[in-house]
Design a protein around this ligand. Structure first.
Ligand SMILES: Nc1ncnc2c1ncn2[C@@H]1O[C@@H]2COP(=O)(O)O[C@H]2[C@H]1O
Length: 252
């Protein structure tokens, strides 16, 4: 399984792009960064998008991707998979014919570029060649984490979450855990209020996992606190821990 990081930042600054993770060129986990990181051919290879939650920094690439596909004359179809709440939010507030055209009816209502699919929670389902399990996590809006498995390789992506429980119980043996750490430990209060982790909170979350992941890949740092967060993470000496980098590809 190949993980390409289109963006892994908790904010937007030059060189720091919001969450978007492309698996094997076809399955996108979150869509905070898409078109800014992929050329036309690469965008045309996307078949499915698993969306964790409806915050702008996780969905904003979807409208541009849909437009790019239709304008290029491609007959490519993309399925957007998410919880019912997220699908409703995208439909009402993003692809609503006002903020952006409703690409679930374009180029024609019968054969649109985008379709929605509601995901079951805590029950495995197939997305192309991938077996996926969705689990609720702790964020101020409805949010899911996803475990994605193919050919015996498993990746768990928490999306944005504060301290949580159930996803760790369902995790199983993981080749990679992509987990967020947004704030430094000194900012625990705002982290907890906004549904995020600090390095100290991450250490407590990892202790809930029955079996340590082979790799712990950190995402969603607020760039203003990158130095503080990375030095705190270093002192925790968590086995297999790496900070993800925008634009990098990881073989899992
Ligand atoms: N109550 C709040 N006070 C300050 N910042 C907030 C508050 N709620 C949300 N945010 C910010 O808004 C951001 C929305 O996306 P994130 O959850 O990544 O991170 C969140 C915080 O940075």
């Amino acid at each position: 399984m190949k993980l390409r990081v289109l963006g892994c930042s908790g904010a937007e600054f030059p060189g720091h792009s919001p969450s978007g993770f492309l698996i094997d060129g076809t399955l996108l986990l979150d869509a905070g960064t898409v078109g800014a990181a992929l050329d036309q051919e690469e965008q045309r290879s996307i078949e499915h998008i698993l969306v964790t939650h409806c915050h702008m920094d996780h969905v904003r690439g979807i409208p541009f991707l849909a437009d790019n596909i239709v304008v290029s004359g491609s007959s490519q179809k993309v399925q957007v998979l998410a919880s019912a709440e997220v699908i409703a939010a995208i439909g009402s507030h993003l692809l609503n014919g006002l903020i952006w055209p409703d690409f679930t009816r374009i180029p024609t209502p019968q054969d649109p570029v985008l379709s929605y699919r509601e995901v079951p929670v805590e029950r495995e389902f197939q997305v192309g060649e991938y077996t996926v399990l969705a689990c609720r996590v702790n964020h101020p809006v409805p949010a899911l984490g996803y475990r994605v498995t193919r050919d015996g390789t498993s990746l768990l992506y928490t999306g944005d979450t504060g301290p949580t429980q159930r996803i760790w119980e369902l995790a199983g043996a993981l080749d990679a855990l992509v987990v967020e750490v947004s704030f430094p430990t000194a900012m625990e209060e705002i982290a907890l209020m906004t549904g995020h982790l600090t390095p100290a909170l991450l250490a407590r979350e990892l202790a809930k996992l029955p079996c340590p992941p082979r790799r712990v890949l950190i995402t969603h740092l607020k760039p203003q606190y990158e130095e503080a967060i990375s030095s705190e993470l270093e002192s925790l000496a968590i086995p297999g821990l790496e900070l993800l980098q925008d634009g990098a590809t990881y073989q899992l």
